[in-house]
Structure formats: C-alpha cells, structure tokens
Design a protein around this ligand. Structure first.
Ligand SMILES: O=C(O)CCC(=O)C(=O)O
Ligand SMILES: [Fe+2]
Length: 662
C-alpha cells in the first residue's frame, strides 16, 4: 500500500513552512527530489474567499459519470469520471491572482525555467474537484502539454533541469489533502529518469511500445498530504497522479502550471480570460496570462498605428484609465503660453513649486521611451545587473546605470525605497579622470535591448530642450535678466531616471511605512516627470498634508529643485514629495528628468529676489558640491565629516528654518 512518509528509495517530499521557504531552498528540493510542499502559504481567510468565488461555477457542473460532455473521453482513466475540471479560474476568482502570481512560486518557476526562456508564462490554471467515489488516477507525467523538442541547455550543461522545458507546476490545496480523500501520490526522484515508460496522450508506435523502459509502480509512490492553503510544487517530469477519494466529501485543488513564454499554452488563456476580464486583474497576472511580449516580437499586437506590446492594447479595457481624470489641485499650464502666463507661473512657483504642463509635444517620444524601459525592467535581475552602477564609468558611479537599492531620505537610512531605476545622463565620452568632472560621461546600455538607447535618449534630449525653455520662462516671470538661469546650464549636470515601482502580489504585507520613493526635495533647477500611474504625492506645506498628483493624460509634471529655491532666496519652492508603492501586483513607471546647473556654477540668491529689508537666506554654494552631497545620501554611502557638515548646512536647511549668512 501507499506509504505517506518515504518511498522505498528513501526519497521523501521536502516540506517547508511559509516562514522558512525561499526560492533557492525550494529549487534545490525540486532538483533533488522532484517535489516540495510549502505548508499554509496562503492564509485561511483568503482560501475561504477563493472557495466562495469558485463554488457557484463548480456547483453547476455535471460529473462525466452523470453525463457531462467531456473532452478526451478515451482517457477516462486519466481524466476521472467523478472529477470536475474547470479552466478560466482567474476570470471566476480574481482572488486566485494571489496564487497564480505568488512571489515564492514565481521565484521558483522563474529560476527553474530561466535557462530555457527570457520569461515565463502561465501555462494553465485548472481547478479539479475529486468527488466521492473517484478512483485512482493513472500515474503520468505532463509530457502531453509541450511538444517534444530538443532544447538547450542539454543534460550536463549549466542550468539543465531534467524535463524543465515542459514546465513547473504549483498544485494549491483548497481542501486538506489526505490519504483518504485523494491526495496526490508521486514518485520523488522520478523526474531524473529519461526512460519513463508511460505517457497520457502520446500515441506510441508499436516499436516504441516494445522498448524496455522503466514502468513506475505504486510501490514507489508516496503521498503529498497537505493542509488547505498549502502548495505542492513539482517539475512536469515528476511521475504522479491523484489517489482515490474514499470519503464522503470533495477534495479541491487548483493547479497553476508555468512554461517558457514562447510555447503554445495548454489552456487558451486569451479566450478563458479575455481582455475585458484580464484588464481588471493585477498587471503581473496579465503578463503571466500572455498579455506581454517574449523577446522583441513574440505575442505582439497592432496598436497605436504600429506593432506593439499587448499591454498597450489591454489598457483600452482598463477601468483605471477613468481615475486618470482625477487631478490634484495643481495649475495646468501650456508649453505654448508659459511666458505669456507669467503671473500664473510665478504664483505657482511661489506657492507649491509643482504644476502640470500640457501641449508639450513630447507624448509620443515619452511613450516609446516608457515602452522600451518596460522591456528593460521586465528583464531578470542578472541581465539588469550587467548595467548596474558598479559598471558605471562616471563619478559618482551611482549616477549611471541600474539602481536597485537606494533611499532619498537620510532619516530613513537602511529602509530602502520599493523601486528600481535606470539612470542616464547626456551621452558624453568617458572622462580621463572622472572624479575631476563628476556626473559626466557615457551611459550604460544593455546589449539585450538594442532599441533602448535610441528610444530613451530621444526622450531625454527632448526633455532637456523643454527644461531650458521652462528655465527661460522662469526668468521672464521673475523679471530677471534673460539668460540668468540658462547661462549657468550650458554644460549642465543633467540626469534622467527611468523609474519602476512594483509591489509583489500575495507576499508579505508591505510595511505601512513602505514607500516607493521616500520623501525628498529635488536637487537642481527643474524636474520634469512623466508618470504612467498614480502614486506621486506632494507635501502641502501650509496644511502639512500629502496631496495626490495623479497623472493627467498628455501632461508632464514640472517641479522645482533646491537650487531654484536658493537662487530665488526661498521665493520659489522646492517642495517635498514622495511616491506611494503601487497596489500589489501593479506596476508604475516614471521618467524623471532633472535639469541641474553646470558643475562649477556658483548659486547665490539673486538681488532681484531679496526685497529691501529681507535677509539673505542662503549662502552661495557650488552646484556640483550640492549635488555630490545629496548623492552620498542617495547611494547610502557614509557621509565623511566634511560632507555631513555641508549637508547639514546647505541641504537640510531649506526644509527647516532659514540659514543665517546676511
Ligand atoms: O516617480 C515619481 O513620480 C517621482 C520620482 C521622484 O520624485 C524623483 O525621482 O525625484
Ligand atoms: Fe523627486
């Protein structure tokens, strides 16, 4: 009979708790034993909710034994006469997104399939209810679900995983799975054999039937019993089958299998989860369903008059576009009439230092850049790390390349922002001595995405031009001599960051204090932001409340930085702002462009901005030293005494009382 604990080869099913499972440990268990269980990975109330969402759909189905019209009737021993099967589960239970995109499961599936594909997808989502009286299922592998092909890496090559190209499965227990009610039985280690002599649907030739292979036996099986909310993981080559349900109750499970995102999916997920349904699911689940690209072109659609990413087409079905209409109470200014609207521009800069800019003419360039960045952010960390800041040829290194860890708020040192970014500057040759000319030099581009450089830099260059135009309009509205600002920006420390904010779904609940981007003021003169979703907030200084600055279609957000505040003796505001993390499973991108002065520019309050009788609030500083001090905080490096003093005197001060000096 079946032995629940260990097989006769001494193999077992490795077990983990939600607290001690890591993708690395689970992956190792799969490699050796071909299976692993993580107990109670989804909390009980969520499982109850999922069962309630599914029940109306399950209850109304007939069993094959009661006359249901089923596919593959010739495989009744496999499919089960007293088993209800159901696809399209995410459309029926959106809460199951937490299972389909569980970060631990995705971490394991991704690690296992990484050598075989650029990214993974959901292969099938199948609910299965074994009803009382169901017999034992035939032992099988999942060979039927991917055509047999010779794939790399082959046996013996790095990253090879036996049978991995067929996929990985996560079987979630929606009921307790017991020895009596039909827990899966499986043969640990069976995934390592290449001579398994069975298959569900492969039509074998007679000659093949004669071949001597290994026929697994019931004796080798052990039972994957597990409590509700647990998940059993196995690569598709592991031999297994449900056992019989000898109880009077049902046994519910749901299988989410994952495959390389370039194969035909076993379930036609585009039909079972059509766009108007998928649009309501978290973005990470949409991507897994297949509303995403593999590589440059697999899965593309016709969108915006070009071939493009299905995410863009899906947006047309998105309920969230409606929320884009909500605007913060910020003024909306047009690029065409900025200087003509001097009064409004000036009062906006004096009060809040943030406004929307429309009719800027850059929308198409920005959308192309956002798309190219999206492809970059969807790459695995190993790929992105190839252009990490440590490979940067610019001083400080943190000013170029992929930044995964940072905080902008010195009082939160150690608490990292929930974001990643790709940081670039104006494209320049490498400096002989980068320390002598900080923030200058070449950018880091990933060879995997040849179009990224062109798309991103087209946006950066256009934003640069626009920022100088805004600087000139500020000269006009302050009635200072033309060129006052712009002349000190003719060799500027321009930086632009493509930012990506993402909160995993169903993982640990993020700390309430968790932030996408911690509170800060910007460093230079003018910042231009192009955001794809809400999350940005500015601190309303008078009321001390955070105000949402949601994206307004076709607009950029413009805000002023510290240098502008100092230059105007505090008349223009460099306002504190931050970014909240997106809802679990959602993504947000922002292109932030920063116009800063020339490194050597000395910035001191303009006489025009110091009315008679008013004190000079800020001493002169060198723009480059100011930026370097802020960068030390941002990159988490220890401040040396001199920098700490500088930071205290010049950077922190604008938030508090005015600094003496006059
Ligand atoms: O993501 C955003 O909206 C803004 C980010 C930001 O404030 C910055 O990069 O300085
Ligand atoms: Fe900022």
């Amino acid at each position: 009979m079946l032995k629940p604990m260990a097989s006769r080869w001494g193999k077992t099913i490795p077990r983990f708790s939600a607290a001690n499972a890591t993708p690395g440990k689970v992956m190792e268990a799969l490699r050796v034993q071909g299976c692993a269980i993580i107990e109670r990975l989804i909390p009980e109330p969520r499982v109850t909710q999922i069962s309630a969402e599914l029940e109306p759909h399950v209850a109304s189905r007939l069993l094959p034994a009661d006359g249901a019209d089923v596919m593959l009737r010739e495989h009744a021993d496999f499919m089960g006469n007293r088993t209800k099967r159901m696809l399209g589960v995410l459309a029926k239970s959106p809460t199951m997104s937490e299972m389909a995109a569980h970060p631990l499961v995705l971490g394991v599936a991704d690690a296992l399939l990484a050598p075989y594909c650029e990214r993974i997808q959901l292969h099938i989502g199948m609910f299965r209810r074994l009803c009382p009286g169901e017999g034992m299922q035939l032992l099988h592998q999942d060979r039927h679900s991917v055509p047999a092909m010779e794939l790399k890496p082959a046996r013996g090559e790095p990253g090879y995983f036996p049978g991995a190209q067929w996929g990985v499965a996560a079987l979630w227990a929606l009921s307790d799975c017991t020895a009596q009610n039909g827990a899966t039985r499986l043969i640990p280690g069976s995934h390592l054999r290449s001579d398994v002599n069975l298959d569900m649907t492969l039509k074998r030739t007679e000659a093949q039937e004669q071949e001597v292979g290994w026929t697994p036996s019931e004796e080798d099986c052990i039972l994957a019993t597990m409590p509700r909310g647990s998940v059993l993981l196995y690569p598709s080559a592991t031999v297994r089958g449900a056992s019989a349900n000898q109880t009077e109750s049902v046994r519910d499970v749901c299988l989410f299998a994952y495959s390389p995102a370039w194969v035909r999916q076993e379930e036609n997920l585009f039909l079972t989860t059509p766009p108007k349904v998928a649009a309501k699911l978290p973005q990470v689940v949409q991507e897994l369903l297949g509303y995403s690209l593999h590589g440059q072109v697999l899965g593309m659609v016709d969108v915006n008059g070009d071939m493009g990413d299905p995410q863009d087409l899906l947006k047309e079905f998105s309920p969230s576009t409606a929320t884009f209409a909500k605007r913060a109470a910020l003024p909306v200014l047009s690029r065409q009439t900025l200087s003509a609207n001097a009064e409004l521009l000036r009062s906006t800069c004096e009060h809040i230092g943030f406004f929307y800019l429309v009719d800027h003419g850059l929308e198409e360039k920005l959308l192309r850049a956002q798309n190219a960045l999206r492809k970059f952010f969807l790459q695995r960390d190993e790929v992105k790390a190839k252009v990490g800041t440590s490979t940067s040829r610019v001083f400080p290194q943190h000013s170029r390349g992929w930044v995964a860890n940072e905080t902008l708020d010195p009082s939160r040192q150690g608490v990292l922002d929930l974001k990643e970014s790709l940081e670039v500057g104006l494209e320049r040759p490498e400096e002989e001595d980068p320390q002598k000319r900080p923030f200058r030099g070449p950018n880091n581009w990933p060879s995997e995405l040849p179009e990224l450089k062109e798309e991103f830099m087209a946006a950066v260059n256009a934003l640069h031009e626009l920022s100088l135009e805004v600087a000139s309009a500020l000269e006009v509205c302050l009635e200072v001599e033309p060129g006052t600002f712009v002349k000190k920006c003719d060799d500027p420390m321009v930086l632009c960051r493509g930012l990506h904010y993402y909160t995993p779904l169903g993982g640990d609940t993020p700390d309430e204090a968790a932030l996408g981007c911690s509170a800060h003021t910007d460093y230079g003169l003018i910042s231009l932001l192009h955001q794809t979703a809400k999350g940005l907030q500015v601190l309303h200084a008078e009321d001390n409340v955070w105000m949402d600055v949601d994206p307004l279609p076709g607009s950029l957000v413009v805000n002023l930085g510290d240098l502008m505040q100092r230059w105007t003796n505090g008349r223009f505001k460099s306002t504190v702002h931050r970014v909240l993390p997106p809802e679990p499973g959602q993504r947000r991108q922002c292109i932030s462009f920063f116009l800063d002065a020339n490194f050597d520019a000395v910035i001191e309050p303009l006489p025009r901005c110091i009315p008679p009788g008013e004190a000079l609030k800020y001493p002169a500083i060198q723009a480059g030293q100011h930026k370097l001090a802020k960068f030390k905080v941002q990159s988490g490096s220890e401040l040396d005494d001199q920098s700490a003093e500088f930071f205290r005197r010049t950077v922190e001060a604008p938030k508090g009382a005015s600094v003496g000096g006059a």
